[in-house]
Design a binder for this molecule. Structure first.
Ligand code: SF4
Ligand code: SF4
Length: 228
């Protein structure tokens, strides 16, 4: 994994969680979750809004994740197990603004981090300045210990920074509905109206850019969330 640029990975136990199905209608008991880092200097440059450099990085990482997920699914298949790669960033439900499965659910179950008040995965080493990949499998690899609580403490920096007022301020816990954390429709509308020129209005990232856990990846002082 390391040679591929993957900086974090783990195995998620998905027992009791409704996963995408294979062609025979069978779900998957496990997923391999992995993360690639977003260039910190690019993230640090979008606190006031996304840039063309961020849009290019977003596209590059999504392509790379799809390559890696496809290769991993093939390798698992060659080992005699079922596997299905989850697209890196593909909205398959345009009404509810969702993909087939949240990468961050697999990532929390795989021990990679928790979901911040901005609705994105926060990892200890890179904060939310990562993009995620997921490969479902029936290979019952030993799962990691899931992360089951938020470490945002009383911090609300992202909530206050969101120009669309799309963040509700709710601290994540496993199973909390997305709607309690993020108004996805307000976020989506803002991006389409304000940043239509960047990846067809799919990019913003201000909430991730201002997150102190991301700022720690830069070698300069950032505020630390209180009571973390
Ligand atoms: S991506 Fe932008 S609009 Fe959406 S929640 Fe984050 S800061 Fe708000
Ligand atoms: S900015 Fe603060 S509240 Fe928002 S996700 Fe980061 S640590 Fe949590």
């Amino acid at each position: 994994m390391r040679e591929s640029g993957v900086v974090l990975w783990g195995v998620a136990d998905l027992a009791g969680i409704d996963t995408p199905r294979d062609e025979c209608g069978r779900g998957f008991p496990r997923a391999v979750s992995f993360a690639l880092p977003v260039a910190p200097e690019i993230m640090a440059g979008i606190r006031n809004g996304p840039t063309p450099a961020y849009a290019a990085e977003y596209t590059r990482l999504n392509r790379r994740i799809d390559e890696l997920s496809g290769a991993l699914a093939s390798a698992i298949g060659s080992a005699g197990f079922r596997a299905r790669a989850l697209a890196s960033s593909k909205r398959t439900d345009p009404v509810r603004l969702r993909g087939d499965f949240p990468h961050k659910t697999a990532a929390t179950r795989a021990g990679l981090g928790w979901v911040g008040r901005h609705g994105q995965l926060i990892t200890r080493p890179f904060g939310p300045w990562v993009r995620l990949g997921t490969v479902f499998t029936d290979w019952e690899l030993r799962p990691a210990t899931p992360v089951e609580r938020s470490y945002c403490g009383t911090c609300r920096i992202c909530v206050e920074a969101c120009p669309a007022s799309a963040l509700k301020g709710t601290a994540w816990r496993p199973g909390v509905p997305r709607e309690e954390i993020l108004d996805a429709f307000a976020c989506d509308q803002f991006k389409r109206e304000r940043y239509a020129h960047l990846n067809e209005g799919r990019n913003c990232g201000i909430c991730a850019a201002v997150c102190p856990y991301g700022g720690r990846t830069l070698n300069r002082p950032f505020p630390i969330p209180p009571n973390r």
